[in-house]
Structure formats: structure tokens, C-alpha cells
Design a protein around this ligand. Structure first.
Ligand SMILES: Cc1cc2nc3c(=O)[nH]c(=O)nc-3n(C[C@H](O)[C@H](O)[C@H](O)COP(=O)(O)OP(=O)(O)OC[C@H]3O[C@@H](n4cnc5c(N)ncnc54)[C@H](O)[C@@H]3O)c2cc1C
Length: 417
């Protein structure tokens, strides 16, 4: 009988895992089934560009089925729950899937309703998020109509997907309002629960300096307790208030809801406890986790998901062969950070090394921690690589899944995303 591998989620991680596994098993000795609740694969980094009219939703959404290689079964249904003691996934459409190996790739979910007032009066009127396709499209209209006043960009709490995306939004807003000739009529404020612009000190200093140069005020250690959309106020747990005419909020994130309905699978916020080096879950030996769904102390980012793919697939193969797993994943993350005016900055880091100046991937390459037009072109080109190399599960030329050290002066990292 064929080995049954069931993959929950056909986003970045689920798709690239299915395609990599299929390439290793072209003759049907392994049945690969991927489940997702819809057939719309969103290139999420593109959501950043939608509010500024630099991309349209049609440009960044493709059918999920078309991203999966022949021989992979795609099931379009919500997942109801998983019984990890019976190796069975129960689908909302009434079907069930029995597995030998389960891959959880169901990402992170936005939970705006968990913050008092956030989805109350003013939501999608003067309080928006660009973290969902509907939110990004609605914000595009609101920005076009915005003629001046106080704009606040707020992260409610960590962890969030792509921790640099809110900063990119601030930089692009500075550029956008400058282009429209109204920058002097807009105050841009970034209210963050972190003690600076980013989680890692060297990058935080560099990015904080760039925000200051652009007259973007940072309010650190701001823990949003309530959003008063009608009155135009963010209210912190410490009772500090930040007034706004337009708020761009990155809501709380949790894991997929079905994880909470699956006894023993998730933690208190529905992420799945996972070994940070092997990507085997800590809840059952035949359950593996990739991407934002995992508790590993790496950023929740597509780049991390991509770099995890190699170790994950190798370890599924080891597991099936009864061999020891490889502790292969080093926490490698890299992110292009749009800084406005057709420039971007690149950071590259892992569990042990924080973002450093230098070049990527070697001594000659893209500049690190320094904005340049070359990095902006890299960011724009990345969408093509995403659809044609990353999702098909191909290795990117010159890009290794472990963090390259040539081209960097190494300093130890603080161990958090
Ligand atoms: C605005 C924004 C900008 C970003 N920019 C970048 C960037 O520049 N660089 C970068 O590296 N990363 C970026 N990211 C993050 C990146 O998109 C994610 O980290 C990546 O997609 C994670 O992949 P994943 O497979 O874990 O989750 P996803 O790609 O989100 O896939 C999860 C899938 O699970 C499915 N699912 C969930 N629950 C269920 C259920 N109950 N039933 C059925 N299916 C279910 C979902 O429908 C979804 O398709 C950005 C994200 C956002 C929101």
C-alpha cells in the first residue's frame, strides 16, 4: 500500500512541500494530498503594494491547484479537526483523510476581533489592515481619499507575519504622500509593542535611524488595549493614547482555528509546538510543521518557510526510512525591506546571527542593511521567483537554505523572531 502524506494548507509551505515530495516520489509509492479551504493562492508580500496602487489583487492571486504538480491530490475544503491518536483529519465537507505522515502548513490567522473596538465603528472606514486582500484593497481607496492628518501604523502584538512589513508601509507612505505633494500635511506615527523598530538590535538601530530621517515618529513599547475607531484613538494598556485620522493596524495573529479543535495538536494560541532544527512536531512523531504554523523562534516569513522546506522534506524521508532526523534548519530568514523612492534594504540572519552589514549571498552581491535600487529590483523580481521556483520546490540559484556567512561580519543574535 502507498504511504499516505496529508498536507494541511496549500499556501507557501504546503505547496512547496507537496511539490518537493512529488519530485522525490514520481511513481506513486507515496500518495500526496493537500487540503485548503479555497482555491485562491495569494502572494502575500504583494499585499504591501496594493494600498499604494503599485499592485492590484488580480496581479497577486492565482489558483492553488495550478501551483501543484501532476499526481498531487488537491482537496478544497475547510479542515474541521485532526485526531492525532487516530492519524485522521476530519474535513468540514464530511470526508476524512487517514495519514501516515501529516504536514501542518496552515499558517497564521488574523484575529482582529480579539482587540477591543478594532472591528467596531470605524473598521474599514478609518481603521484598516493591509494584511488581508479585502483590507489592502479597501485601504487603497482610503489612501487615495486621504488629504492630510495623523496616520498611525500599529502592531497590536507579536508574533506577526513578516515583522518588517509595517515598517515598509511607513516608508512607502512617506514616499506616497511626498509624490502627492502633501507629505508636510501628514504626520506618520509607528506605534509598536517592541522597544524599537525591529526585534534585532543592529537592524533596529539602522531602521530606527531611517524612520527618524523621514520624520516618522516611533512610539515604542505601546501595547494596544483598545481601538476607538469613532473617536480616532488607540488606547494602550498603560492608558497612553495615540490620536489618528487614519489607522493601519496589524491585528493579533493566532494559528488556524481547527488546531484549537484538535486535542493535543496546538498551544494556547493554536500554533503547533515544533522542534526548531528538525521541524518534527513535539506532539506526535509523524506530524511535521512548516511555516507560520510552527512555534520555532524564527520570523513568520515566506523566506523562512522556503528555507525550512529542504530540511522538512529530508526529515520526512528519514522518518519513513526509520532513520534519525537531521537537525538541519538554522533559522535562516531574509527579507527585502522597501524604503520608498524605488529603494529597498536587505537583511539576512538566522537563530545565531543577527542581521549584519555586508553583502548577500557572498562577498559580491546585494548590499545588506543598506538601501539601494538593486534591492528594490530584487524585491520586485521576487514575485516571479515565487511562482516559478519557490512554489515548484526548486532551489534558487546561488541561494542556500542555510545562512551564508561569506560577505558578513558575524555577531551573535538575540534568540527571538
Ligand atoms: C502583508 C504581508 C507581507 C508579507 N511580506 C513578506 C515578505 O516580503 N517576505 C516574506 O518572506 N514573507 C512575507 N510575508 C509572510 C509570508 O507571506 C508568510 O510567512 C508565508 O506565506 C507563510 O507560509 P505558510 O505556508 O506558513 O502560510 P500561508 O501561505 O498563509 O498558507 C496557509 C494556508 O492554510 C490554509 N488554511 C488555514 N486554515 C485552514 C482550514 N481550517 N482549512 C483549510 N485550509 C486552511 C489557508 O487558506 C492558507 O492557504 C508577508 C505577509 C503579509 C501578510
Amino acid at each position: 500500500m502507498a504511504t499516505r502524506i496529508v498536507i494541511l494548507g496549500a499556501g507557501t509551505g504546503g505547496t512547496l512541500t507537496a511539490n518537493r515530495l512529488r519530485r522525490l516520489h514520481p511513481h506513486g509509492d507515496v500518495e500526496i494530498t493537500v487540503v485548503d479551504q479555497d482555491d485562491r493562492h495569494v502572494y502575500q508580500p504583494g499585499l504591501l503594494f496594493v494600498p499604494f496602487g503599485m499592485a492590484h489583487l488580480d496581479d497577486i492571486v492565482r489558483p492553488r491547484r495550478r501551483q501543484l504538480h501532476d499526481g498531487i491530490t488537491f482537496v478544497e475544503s475547510a479542515i474541521d479537526h485532526v485526531d492525532i491518536t487516530a492519524n485522521t483529519v476530519y474535513l468540514a465537507n464530511g470526508a476524512l483523510l487517514v495519514y501516515d505522515v501529516l504536514v501542518v502548513a496552515s499558517g497564521a490567522r488574523l484575529v482582529p476581533e480579539e482587540t477591543e473596538g478594532l472591528t467596531g465603528p470605524g473598521w474599514m472606514d478609518k481603521v484598516f489592515t493591509f494584511y488581508s486582500p479585502e483590507g489592502a484593497a479597501a485601504l487603497a481607496d482610503a489612501l487615495t481619499a486621504f488629504d492630510g492628518g495623523q496616520m498611525v501604523v500599529n502592531v497590536v502584538d507579536m508574533p506577526i507575519k513578516c515583522p518588517v512589513a509595517p515598517l515598509e508601509f511607513c516608508f512607502l507612505a512617506d514616499w506616497y504622500f511626498t509624490e502627492r505633494g502633501i507629505r508636510d500635511q501628514v504626520q506618520i506615527t509607528y506605534a509598536t509593542p517592541l522597544d524599537g523598530a525591529f526585534t534585532k538590535p543592529i537592524a533596529s538601530d539602522a531602521l530606527g535611524g531611517m524612520l527618524a530621517e523621514r520624520n516618522i515618529e516611533v512610539i515604542p513599547e505601546f501595547n494596544t488595549g483598545e481601538v476607538d475607531g469613532a473617536g480616532g484613538r488607540l488606547i494602550g494598556y498603560d492608558e497612553r493614547e495615540v490620536p489618528f485620522d487614519l489607522a493601519v493596524v496589524i491585528p493579533l495573529h493566532g494559528g488556524a482555528e481547527y488546531v484549537g479543535r484538535s486535542p493535543g495538536l496546538g498551544d494556547a494560541v493554536d500554533f503547533v509546538p515544533t522542534d526548531e532544527h528538525t521541524l518534527q512536531s513535539n506532539v506526535a512523531p509523524n506530524v511535521f510543521v512548516i511555516g507560520d504554523a510552527a512555534t520555532v523562534p524564527a520570523s513568520k516569513a515566506g523566506s523562512v518557510t522556503h528555507f525550512e522546506g529542504e530540511t522538512l522534506v529530508a526529515n520526512i524521508e528519514h522518518f519513513l526510512a526509520g532513520e534519525p532526523l537531521e537537525p538541519g534548519f538554522d533559522g535562516h530568514a531574509n527579507c527585502f525591506i522597501e524604503t520608498g523612492f524605488h529603494k529597498a534594504l536587505l537583511i539576512d540572519f538566522n537563530y545565531d546571527t543577527e542581521p549584519q552589514p555586508g553583502h548577500y549571498p557572498g562577498r559580491v552581491g546585494l548590499p545588506l542593511l543598506k538601501d539601494s535600487r538593486l534591492n528594490h529590483i530584487g524585491k520586485l523580481l521576487f514575485q516571479t521567483l515565487y511562482w516559478h521556483s519557490l512554489l515548484p520546490g526548486r532551489d534558487l540559484p546561488g541561494v542556500s537554505s542555510t545562512m551564508p556567512t561569506a560577505g558578513k561580519q558575524l555577531a551573535p543574535a538575540t534568540k527571538e523572531a
